[in-house]
Design a protein around this ligand. Structure first.
Ligand SMILES: [Zn+2]
Length: 520
């Protein structure tokens, strides 16, 4: 799992006990064998060992979730076991793994009883008792600006640093609503017209639209009235550079939005007025225009013979917006991995999910990643692994490696987990994530190869606001192949031959993505 959005995303199902469990009529219960949720994964081996109950989720003393029902999973250490969880019989897999979806106990305690022949074991996992001390209101925020709409707009400058991950460059993000997904990436120096503060966010007036940005990313210019929207002709030029082309716009630090579109790149600059663009055409750049885009905005369109692979945007000290547009690599259809530089990121640690018998997601991800790297190298690719050991690595350096090394692709390898209250029997699926539209084909190519190998329901390529899929310099995707908490899915991730097949599926997806771009 990763942060809060993937690995546990999805919608909570309606309560239900899941397959198998039922009330116990009385006496010592007989084992109920766990039935895998889907067929086709490696069979779960039989384990014969002493009873040992270990609950992975929920964790003792965690806060009580505000849901009606939730999942409980872990292991009893051995097969052929009858397991009761708060009096409801729960099937147990041959290796002792179990998972159930049950009503939240009124007293906040999960009581487990396990029976194997004459052996009996029990365990209790309780939520933290509700705090009896009323929560103290935090100190009132004493910002330099009042909360609410400002009587007149204030001038602000982006100071950078709030999200180094956004683009792999020094940019901060802004979004269309205070809790919406990131849409704009503003480099350091961008000048903003601030019209409102709500808690720790400013509302920025763009054209007719507005954007929300963290107050920590903006310095308010003391006493300064906002600069009147500069008018007059805005000069722009498109110049060939080594790895593609640069659009340079004398926009005076105006906020902007970059979009990779079919056949080129659009850059919307939130500044009104006339604009002219000079373009140096070559085999990559076929033309450029600048036109008014509604009230208060001007849009540049750079037309590209082979489309854009990615971009980076920054401001020069003189207020020139520089959008570096990356040209696609040349791909040989018969040998699509040859010469490609690919960053493989085995997800976690820190954080990450753990399966019922204790398999850690970070270990499974690394096993897949190492095998995937071998497959790609055998195909002629240059592969950079963000980690090759179990030492923790935060998200930022993972993205930075891909951007600094000019990787053609970034693929982050994960396996999934459930969010509190989700019904595991209904919510498990394989999926891949992308953020930018130019990464969607990559996500789709991978999940198309992964789904037939994992043989669980296929959710396909999904939009996700995740750090590892936000860089703008190359297509990137994050794979969530299987769910760690489900017994047969955890077991498959312990199987070296299955890991091979899963890694090969990733490699085939990557090759297919490149192959589709051959000849362009
Ligand atoms: Zn993960």
């Amino acid at each position: 799992m990763i942060t809060s959005a993937a690995c546990g995303s999805g919608t909570a199902g309606t309560p239900g006990p899941g397959p198998g469990p039922g009330p116990v009529p009385g006496g010592v219960p007989q084992p109920v064998r766990y039935q895998p949720l889907t067929e086709g994964l490696p069979p779960i081996p039989q384990v014969d060992a002493p009873l040992a109950i270990r609950v992975i989720q929920p964790v003792a003393n965690q806060p009580r979730p505000s849901v009606d029902s939730t999942f409980v999973y872990g292991s009893v250490g051995t097969g052929d076991v009858a397991l009761l969880v708060n009096g409801v019989q729960v099937p147990v897999a041959p290796n002792g793994a179990f998972i159930a979806y049950l009503p939240l106990p009124a007293d906040g305690a999960w009581r487990l009883e396990a029976f194997k022949g004459r052996e009996r074991a029990e365990a209790t996992v309780s939520y933290r008792a509700p705090s009896t001390t009323p929560t103290q209101p935090g100190p009132a925020r004493t910002g330099s600006t009042p909360e609410g709409a400002f009587p007149a707009p204030l001038a602000g400058v982006v100071t950078g640093g709030a999200d180094m991950l956004a683009t792999g460059s020094d940019a901060v993000y802004a979004r269309p609503t205070p809790t919406g997904t990131y849409r704009w990436f503003f480099p350091r120096g961008t000048r903003l017209s601030l019209v409102e503060r709500r808690r720790a966010q400013y509302r920025v007036q763009l054209d007719t639209a507005s954007a929300w940005i963290d107050t920590t990313a903006v310095r308010v210019q003391p006493g300064a009235a906002p600069a009147a929207p500069a008018s007059g002709a805005m000069q722009a030029q498109v110049v060939p550079v080594a790895d593609g082309a640069e659009l340079r716009v004398a926009s005076g630090f105006a906020p902007f939005l970059v979009n990779v579109v079919d056949g080129g790149v659009t850059v919307t600059v939130y500044r009104a007025g006339t604009a002219t663009v000079q373009v140096e055409r070559n085999e990559f750049v076929t033309g450029a225009t600048m036109t008014a885009a509604g009230a208060g905005a001007t849009q540049a369109m750079v037309s590209l013979a082979r489309g854009a692979w990615g971009y980076r945007a920054s401001y020069r000290p003189d207020g020139t917006l520089v959008v570096r547009i990356r040209q696609p690599p040349r791909v040989d259809a018969g040998d699509p991995l040859r010469g490609m530089r690919i960053v493989i990121d085995p997800g976690h640690p820190p954080a990450g999910a753990t399966g019922p018998t204790g398999l850690y997601e970070g270990d499974a991800n690394l096993a897949i990643g190492l095998r995937l790297a071998e497959r790609l190298r055998a195909g002629g690719a240059e592969v950079i692994l963000t980690r090759t050991t179990d030492a923790p690595l935060e998200l930022a350096p993972r993205v930075e490696q891909a951007v600094e090394r000019d990787a053609h692709l970034l693929v982050s390898v994960h396996n999934n987990a459930f969010g509190e209250g989700q019904n595991p029997f209904r919510s498990h699926h394989t999926s891949t994530y992308y953020f930018h539209s130019f990464s969607r084909d990559l996500a789709a190519a991978l999940v198309a190869e992964i789904a037939p190998v994992v043989r669980i329901p296929n959710r396909g390529a999904m939009y996700g606001n995740l750090a590892l899929v936000r860089p703008t310099w190359m297509p990137s995707t994050l794979t969530e192949s299987l769910f760690m908490p489900i017994p047969e899915q955890e077991n498959a991730l312990r199987d070296p031959q299955f890991i091979d097949r899963l890694a090969e599926a990733h490699a085939r997806g990557i090759a297919a993505f490149f192959r589709a771009r051959a000849g362009r």
